[in-house]
Each structure stands twice: as structure tokens, then as C-alpha cells.
Design a protein around this ligand. Structure first.
Ligand SMILES: [Zn+2]
Length: 229
């Protein structure tokens, strides 16, 4: 899985590396890893920042984060509850707590936290904007919520990750609702171990939003996303 290729201008690469919200995003200058669990640290040698959405076991693995951070010296940016359980194992200078509405920079890459509709302590979702403006909405395992419509309108998203399973209330239908609200160029059904739900998501999307591309990712494969014109 190590991503050796460097994306071209106006492009990012991404990898989905577990059945949950584990995503690696590589921009021309930075590599960002979100919610790493069930992944080998040696596959994440290049990490500049780790983002954590909430404290559940399928999103937060303290030992793994500690090991990646030690190997790479990367920054860790996390919701308040995850920050509390990481603060004794990550150097304070590299640990940043983030709440909905707050924004931070990793070099030229911007990370903004938004609300997350999921039964955790203070979960967040992330909007990641690459140095040349490619926009990713990483929705953790959130259900759809009304403010997603404003996020979609404001951000003009290139790609949105949509939860279709393994979370209370999540289904192909709620995943589609995220795509409907956020209107990305590319919608990706994830957070599931069921290809049937991903296919169902693709069918609904094709019927209701024919101009939105559906990308059903395979685990550990590299995909390329180019900024929309
Ligand atoms: Zn989850």
C-alpha cells in the first residue's frame, strides 16, 4: 500500500485501507492519514498528519497512532475525547484538539472540522483542502445532517466519503442522503464490509444523481481525484 507516486497539480491520491473510515490522502506536498486502525505502520512511513474523528475502536487505536507518530514525527489532530486519550502518549507540541468549526493547516493543506451525527462523545468530520484546492469531505461514520447541504454549497466538494454500514442507523440509503446533500463530483460508499450495500448506494446514486460519479473503492488500491473545472 505505500503510495510512492506523487500526484500531479490539481490532483490528489487516496487509499481506503480498512472496512471503516481509514483513508490516506496524498496531495502534491503532504500525506494525511485519517482514522488509522487495522493497518501496518510501515505502510504509513510518509505520514505528515494523522486525523482522528472520534474515540470508537474502529477509528482510534492509541498504540498504532503512537507508533506512526514516533516513526514519522507527524502531527496528530483529533476530536476532544480522542485528544484526552492521546495526550499522554503524543508529544504536546504535535497534538492538536479540534472541534466543529475550527480549522488548521498542515503546510499549505487546510483541515477544517465540521459536526458529525454519530453517538460518540464529541465526534467531528473533516474537510481537507489540498494546496491546489482539491476538496475532500471525510464524514467519519456520520449519518446525514441538514448542515451538510450548506457545506456542499460552500465547499464545492470534489469527493465525499459516505458511510453505508457498520454504524447505528447507517445504510446505503443514509449514505446516498449524504451524497444528495453535499453534491460532490465523486461519491464514495465506505465504512462497510458489504459490497451489496456499496452496489445499492451506486444504484440509488445513478438513478437520482446521474451526474455524480460513484467510485466503489477496493481496499488498499490507489485512486486519483482531479479538481473539477
Ligand atoms: Zn466507525
Amino acid at each position: 500500500m505505500p503510495v510512492e507516486k506523487i500526484p500531479e497539480k490539481n490532483t490528489i491520491l487516496f487509499v481506503w485501507f480498512n472496512h471503516y473510515a481509514g483513508i490516506l490522502i496524498k496531495t502534491p506536498s503532504k500525506t494525511i492519514v485519517i482514522d488509522p486502525v487495522d493497518v501496518k505502520p510501515r505502510n504509513l512511513q510518509e505520514t505528515d498528519a494523522i486525523l482522528i474523528t472520534h474515540e470508537h475502536y474502529d477509528h482510534l487505536d492509541q498504540r498504532l497512532i503512537k507508533e506512526i507518530q514516533k516513526r514519522t514525527g507527524c502531527q496528530v489532530i483529533a476530536d476532544p475525547a480522542s485528544t484526552r486519550s492521546l495526550k499522554n502518549i503524543i508529544p504536546p507540541s504535535q497534538m492538536l484538539e479540534i472541534r466543529p468549526g475550527e480549522e488548521t493547516k498542515i503546510g499549505e493543506v487546510t483541515v477544517k472540522a465540521e459536526k458529525c451525527q454519530h453517538p460518540a462523545a464529541q465526534p467531528v468530520t473533516f474537510i481537507i483542502t489540498s494546496e491546489d484546492g482539491v476538496k475532500t469531505f471525510h464524514t467519519a461514520d456520520s449519518l446525514p445532517f441538514p448542515e451538510m447541504a450548506q457545506i456542499g454549497e460552500k465547499e464545492k466538494l470534489d469527493i465525499a466519503f459516505c458511510t453505508v454500514g457498520i454504524a447505528p442507523g447507517a445504510s446505503a440509503e443514509t449514505g446516498f442522503e449524504i451524497a444528495r446533500l453535499t453534491k460532490p463530483q465523486i461519491a464514495v460508499p465506505y465504512h462497510t464490509n458489504s459490497t451489496a450495500s456499496q452496489k445499492r448506494f451506486a444504484e440509488i446514486l445513478k438513478a437520482q444523481m446521474p451526474r455524480t460519479a460513484c467510485l466503489i473503492p477496493e481496499l488498499n488500491k490507489i485512486y486519483q481525484v482531479t479538481k473539477r473545472k
